[in-house]
Each structure stands twice: as structure tokens, then as C-alpha cells.
Design a binder for this molecule. Structure first.
Ligand code: SIN
Ligand code: FE
Length: 317
């Protein structure tokens, strides 16, 4: 089971180790709404997972059924089925499929409900975040055959090479809609803690040389400009080098989370290394929170990388 330490939050049991039990947190916070929201932002920025035993944004039975039925027809699937809220469009699914309209409606409902709830819970973020995609993850994660850098069962931080964030933050809202099985995650120490603990080894293990990454070079060759940044290149490299490093995979400090059917959780996946060990049928909505909205900006991966860069002897690029 997970390693836990005594909660610091006013002596209650809501905050234990890597998870904040939101049922307990909210029960102790009646009437403190804005301050509670800011405190939750701080907890997220410290690498905690906000965990709801029962999702506060329930999906209707009809929407859940249409999503669970998708396993019967896997033709035309991509890695996940994605929903783009700004365009109200589904990708990764055959539009001619009989369920296409209902699937679209179910994903739109999840996207809208999870966003509305989270904007109310975390108003400081909700006022300025940018909407990213939502996704449905219909395949069993245990034993999935994916190329190394696409594997979800290896511990990694998230980075989107095609949608660079320039130092802004990746916050994801998950829900396990599987009626019977848990979703099992492993998470590691958050980015700033990992970097402080590893010291000079962090750069040796996880930072590639500052020359253009393979991705950037390939993009240049095919004439596609991904408008990335040194930050996005570094985060992509860290994502890959974590997955390639079997010693890190085996020996980094690990917390296990067993998310039961119907539960939901929020986490900054750019800072909290994570892997999904098993589970099928999860929904997820991503928002990009500006770095300037952070309550603890020094914990952001961009700030950590800037500190590392400032401490390193200058090298020719
Ligand atoms: C991931 O972001 O690595 C996958 C998480 C999940 O699907 O549970
Ligand atoms: Fe991930």
C-alpha cells in the first residue's frame, strides 16, 4: 500500500501522504469557500492528488452505457478517443459508427460537467485556464502493447509535443467509469522534490543536451513548426528519459492509488510522475493553467528547470 505521512492540514485526516481525501476536506471546510479553493490549488501545486471517492460530476446512466459499450467495436480507434471542447469535435473514433452521436454527447457532458465543477472548486485557476482536450480510455491498460515512449504503465511526467505549454501547467481531471474494476496508479515524488533530492543527478539523468531535440529537428525537416520552447523540449526529454530508465522505474519512491469504480481525481501530471498499472474505461479532461496563476510558482517545473540551468556551468549549445 501507499506510504502515508501525517496530514498537515489543521490536524484533520483529509490530507494524508500523496492523496487529499476530498470528502473529508470539504466536510471540514464549510463556509470557507474561496480560501479553501486557494488551499486546494496549493496542495495540487505541492504534488497532491485531489481524490473523490464518489465523483462530484456524475455521468448519466445512458452516457455511461454508451461509453462502456464501445469495447464491442474497436475498429478505427486511435490510442484514445479525444474530445476537443473548443471545437465540440470527437477524434479517434469512426464517425460512421452507429453510436457516434451518443458518444459525442457523452464526452461533451463529461467535459462540461467536470469543467464546471472544477472551476467552482478552484476559482483562481478556473478564471484563467485554457481548455485542452478531454479523452476516453476504453482499453485495458494492463498488458497494452505500445511503443516505449507511448506506454502508460511506465512512470513519467506529461508533455504534449504537439501542444506546447511554454511553462504553463497541465492539470487533468480523471474519472473511473468502470462499474466493477479499480484504476491502479503509481505516482512518484513531485518534480521539485525529485529535483531537490537528486541534486546534480537530476540533470545527468533527465536532461538531454540543449541542442535541438529529435522531435524539433524532424519537425523542421518536414516543414512543420510546432512552436515549442526550450521548456517543452526539456519536458519531452524528461518524459522519455524517465520511461527509458529502468533503475528509476524500479527504485524511485512510489505511492500506489487504487481508484475505485465511480471515483474521480485531479492532479498536475506535468509535475507528478505517474503510471497506470491496470484499469479500463476512464474519462479525463485537461486544462492548461497559466504559470502566472500558481500560488507556489517556485514548485513549477519551469522554475525548477530555470534553477538547474542557472546553477550549471555554461556549456556551448
Ligand atoms: C497517463 O496520463 O499517463 C495515463 C493515465 C490514465 O490513463 O489513467
Ligand atoms: Fe501521463
Amino acid at each position: 500500500m501507499s506510504k502515508t505521512s501525517a496530514g498537515e492540514a489543521r490536524g484533520n485526516l483529509a490530507e494524508q501522504g500523496h492523496l487529499v481525501d476530498m470528502e473529508q476536506f470539504l466536510a471540514g471546510e464549510q463556509g470557507r469557500a474561496p480560501a479553501a479553493g486557494d488551499e486546494l490549488c496549493r496542495l495540487l501545486e505541492a504534488g497532491k492528488i485531489l481524490y473523490f471517492r464518489e465523483s462530484p460530476f456524475a455521468l448519466s446512466g445512458g452516457d455511461t452505457d454508451v461509453l462502456l459499450r464501445q469495447r464491442l467495436s474497436q475498429a478505427g480507434w486511435h490510442k484514445n478517443i479525444a474530445y476537443r471542447p473548443r471545437q465540440d469535435r470527437v477524434t479517434g473514433f469512426d464517425a460512421a459508427h452507429a453510436d457516434a452521436k451518443r458518444l459525442h454527447a457523452a464526452l461533451r457532458n463529461y467535459s462540461r460537467q467536470s469543467l464546471a465543477y472544477t472551476a467552482g472548486l478552484l476559482p483562481a485557476y478556473g478564471a484563467c485556464w485554457r481548455l485542452d482536450y478531454a479523452s476516453f480510455r476504453p482499453l485495458e491498460e494492463q498488458g497494452r502493447q505500445l511503443r516505449l515512449h507511448a506506454r502508460n504503465d511506465l512512470i513519467h511526467v506529461d508533455s504534449f509535443p504537439k501542444r506546447p505549454t511554454h511553462g504553463d501547467r497541465i492539470l487533468r481531471i480523471f474519472m473511473n467509469i468502470n462499474p466493477a474494476a479499480e484504476r491502479h496508479w503509481i505516482t512518484g515524488e513531485p518534480f521539485d522534490v525529485l529535483a531537490a533530492e537528486l541534486g546534480a543527478d537530476f540533470a545527468r539523468l533527465f536532461l538531454r543536451s540543449p541542442r535541438a531535440s529529435l522531435w524539433k529537428r524532424a519537425a523542421r525537416i518536414v516543414g512543420f513548426n510546432h512552436r515549442g520552447s526550450a521548456y517543452d523540449d526539456a519536458m519531452r526529454g524528461i518524459h522519455q528519459l524517465m520511461k527509458e530508465n529502468s533503475e528509476f522505474q524500479a527504485n524511485c519512491r512510489q505511492h500506489h492509488s487504487h481508484f475505485p469504480p465511480g471515483s474521480a481525481w485531479l492532479v498536475f501530471t506535468d509535475a507528478v510522475p505517474h503510471a497506470v498499472v491496470s484499469g479500463q474505461y476512464a474519462l479525463e479532461q485537461t486544462v492548461i493553467v497559466p504559470r502566472s496563476a500558481m500560488f507556489s510558482p517556485e514548485k513549477s517545473p519551469a522554475a525548477v528547470l530555470e534553477r538547474i540551468a542557472a546553477a550549471r556551468p555554461a556549456k556551448a549549445a
